[in-house]
Design a protein around this ligand. Structure first.
Ligand code: SF4
Ligand code: SF4
Length: 134
C-alpha cells in the first residue's frame, strides 16, 4: 500500500488562512505610486493587510504625561533610538532607529511605553513627524 504522508498537511494548508496577502492592491497596479495617489484622493482603496497576531510589536507609543524622566528606557535600548530631553525631562523616540525589541516597555516603571499593532511605517524621511514619537 502506498503511503502519502504529505496529504494531511496538504489538506491543512489548502484550508488555512493565509499569513500574508497582496498589498497594497489585490492585483499589482501599473504604478504603485499612482495607485497610492488615487488612494489619497479616495478614488481607490487599499487591500487591507491580514490582522497582526496578538502581542505584535509595531510602532511604539509613549504616554508622556505618565513619564517621570527616569531614563531607564535609554539605558536598555540597544538601538540608541531614545533621546532624553533635559528641558522637559521627557523622551523622544526615533521610529526609524527602533528595532522593536520591546525592552524599553519591559523596564519602564510607569508603563508609559507600549508596542502598537501599527506596522505601515515606511517613509522616505527619517525625521518626518510620523517617524518621531514624543
Ligand atoms: S523597542 Fe527596543 S529599539 Fe525600540 S525604542 Fe524600545 S528599546 Fe529601543
Ligand atoms: S523608562 Fe518610562 S518613565 Fe522612565 S524615562 Fe523612559 S518612558 Fe519615562
Amino acid at each position: 500500500m502506498v503511503r502519502l504522508p504529505m496529504v494531511p498537511e496538504l489538506l491543512r494548508q489548502l484550508f488555512k488562512r493565509p499569513a500574508t496577502n497582496a498589498f497594497p492592491a489585490r492585483y499589482l497596479p501599473p504604478s504603485v505610486t499612482e495607485f497610492l495617489a488615487r488612494v489619497a484622493k479616495g478614488e481607490a482603496a487599499i487591500n487591507p493587510p491580514v490582522p497582526v497576531p496578538p502581542r505584535f510589536r509595531g510602532k511604539i507609543s509613549y504616554d508622556r504625561e505618565s513619564c517621570i524622566g527616569c531614563q531607564l528606557c535609554l539605558k536598555v535600548c540597544p538601538a540608541h533610538a531614545i533621546e532624553f530631553l533635559p528641558a522637559t525631562k521627557r523622551i523622544r523616540i526615533s521610529v526609524a532607529q527602533c528595532v522593536f525589541c520591546s525592552q524599553c516597555n519591559d523596564i519602564c516603571p510607569k508603563d508609559c511605553l507600549h508596542m502598537t499593532p501599527e506596522f505601515l511605517l515606511a517613509c522616505e524621511d527619517r525625521f518626518a513627524e510620523s517617524q518621531i514619537v514624543e
